[in-house]
Design a binder for this molecule. Sequence first.
Ligand code: GLU
Length: 429
Amino acid sequence: MILEATKAGADAAMEKEFNPWLAAEARFNEAATLLGLDDGLRKVLKTPAMEVTVHIPVQLDDGRLEVFTGYRVQHSIARGPAKGGIRFAPDVTLDEVRALSSWMTWKCAVVNIPFGGGKGGVICDPSVLSQGELERITRRYTADLMDIIGPERDVPAPDMNTNEQTMAWIMDTYSMHKRTTVTAVVTGKPLNLGGSRGRVEATGRGCLFVTLQALRKFHMEPTETKVVVQGFGNVGGKAAILMHKAGMKIISVIEWDGALYNPNGIDPIALQKHRQETGSILEFPGAEEVDKHEAMFLECDVLVPAAKENVIHSKNAAKLNAKIVCEGANGPTTAEADKILEEKGIFVIPDILANAGGVTVSYFEWVQDRMGYFWNEQLVNGRLEEIMVNSFKDVVEYGERHKVHNRAAAYMLALDRVAFAIKLRGIYA
Ligand code: GLU
């Protein structure tokens, strides 16, 4: 009995630790307290400005009618239009979308681009839906949000299980309603529909730029750097390839179906080809297969958690064996684990900085769409590098000046910038 009660208590504690909104709140509270923000401003900064729930009727391929639930949360529009992705997943919750939308506010503020924060989600399982069904869900979701999205209001983008095609459907649906093509309503579009060069690799490239800055800070040579990457998708896969090209050794790649290890380095370009051909990273000739639950704890210089939320938590953070953690995913570390990583002296490049390359190039895409003039890839990557390097320096210097760890510094910097905008604008009554 006692054992069961203890287990139930432990489960409840983990559930609380994994709740994204509570995690966002914990980081917010820490930064707000350190900044000495007054209660009123705290409430304004913390509370999402708008939350919309839509129930979308969609006809399935077999003729049945199904109703899907979707959300769009605009956490803040203080510094500009809301900005942030849309995810499709069976376990999407309003709390999760809320948390992610607030992270977008802080992320845009950390890299100082003129956007607020937003996020959307639709509860659905893309793995069992046809392209036609996904298209109908996307179009109806967009139609239902017509009044709240737009280039000057709220600009969606891809996120988990959404991609360039999803963005093309959103752009088309919005444009059909407006009777004119409005490319700037979403970012992450295909290149020939108003997309930006460099957008697909932008998040991974941003991870590379901040990691290079961290290596430089600790006088570490990229060619002597061992990297473990968790997630080999749009963020982790691209980061691994770019880090490999920069001379780093990718000693382990972890995916949902297994993990690979090679102390002499895995060639991620060959691995990507292998995965395209076989559908899995497994049975790759250039590495041995290891336990996917243990690979994250391999001794390395840089760990890039680029898969999903809550992978580093209170029960496993002590086992990490990395000098630097570059958070490619949103929310890979729980608030409880922050303290453990700090005690271990691990240099964390927090998500709202590390993965901000994606939204930064989204900003460039939005600018290019509005200009009607498109930049070459060199210009995009150069401007991305400038923003990522400056933001890294801003955060690290802020942390050193205020004697706080990087995540607290990033949040403090962001909260301060958003609070400043709110104060300047004043409260409309
Ligand atoms: N979904 C991405 C993120 O979490 C990109 C958002 C955007 O480009 O607006 O940062």
